[in-house]
Ligand binder design. Structure first.
Ligand SMILES: [Zn+2]
Length: 263
């Protein structure tokens, strides 16, 4: 197996995995989406809400605010020693108090733990007009995408790595191939057609259709996958990948343990 990072920033990572089966790629994707624990607001207790937005609609919006957290400090509530009652190891309070006229943004949420803050500072939540007031205490907890989309770790897509073979091409046809590709995969150099970057290919097959004599062949590489992971939570994209591999590892360990019991 080989992994190559193609692009990365906090929000998105693109990488190539070679030497794996499609079932592995599918499992990795599913875990990233639905089984990486992330932090989100689950409960809101209002003291005042005279904004135009009803309590439950605002609570729903608050649930969608991605929150950062320290994975070493928090447990899923169901696995916590407090027995699902809620404690400082499985819950965190965020308070907000604001008077209109003003826009309420995600970073107006004041946290009781500095590791838990909105991943994006200026998400507009609700607009308060003159004489309108908002005051509440929200409780955030860990959850997983399979329970509710607000806990979804990331948006993940993958495709097979394309393999592009170029045969003999008549000089007058070179530009045709360059133009037909919507992703600028081809360019000409020294009177020849060359591939700039096969990863950019989206397998649209425009170039193959433009080949009258099979000059260009595009085939998916069966055991190589290009992943694009965009975080949908308060966890950096590359950490979502890392955490997903840990979840997969834990599953295998559990499986092994159960197998041993059968002996
Ligand atoms: Zn607890």
């Amino acid at each position: 197996m080989e992994v190559k990072i193609l692009e990365r920033n906090d929000r998105e990572i693109k990488f190539l995995v070679s030497g794996v089966k499609s079932s592995f790629a599918g499992a990795l994707r599913r875990v990233m989406i639905s089984e990486v624990p992330t932090m989100a607001i689950e409960w809101v207790e209002y003291n005042t809400n005279t904004s135009a937005m009803p309590d439950e609609v605002l609570a729903n919006r608050l649930g969608q605010v991605p929150l950062t957290y320290d994975p070493k400090a928090y447990n899923l509530k169901k696995d916590c020693k407090c027995d699902n009652k809620g404690c400082s190891r499985c819950e965190v309070k965020l308070v907000l108090k604001k008077k209109g006229p003003a826009m309420v943004y995600s970073d107006d949420l004041k946290t009781t733990d500095k590791s838990v803050v909105p991943f994006i500072e200026k998400i507009p939540l609700v607009e308060l007009f003159a004489d309108q007031e908002l005051e509440f205490v929200a409780t955030a907890q860990l959850g997983m995408g399979r329970e509710h989309s607000k806990w979804q770790g990331a948006v993940v897509g993958y495709k097979n790595l394309p393999s592009i073979k170029i045969g003999d091409i008549a000089k007058e046809d070179l530009d045709k191939f360059v133009k037909v590709c919507p992703r600028d995969v081809f360019k000409t150099k020294d009177g020849k057609l060359i591939v700039t970057d096969p990863v950019k290919c989206i397998l649209c097959m425009n170039c193959v259709e433009a080949s009258r004599k099979g000059e260009v062949e595009v085939t998916p590489v069966e055991d190589a996958f290009v992943f694009t992971v965009e975080t949908a939570s308060g966890i950096r994209a590359e950490d979502v990948v890392q955490m997903a591999t840990e979840v997969l590892g834990e599953k295998m360990k559990e499986f092994q343990k159960e197998l041993k019991k059968l002996k």
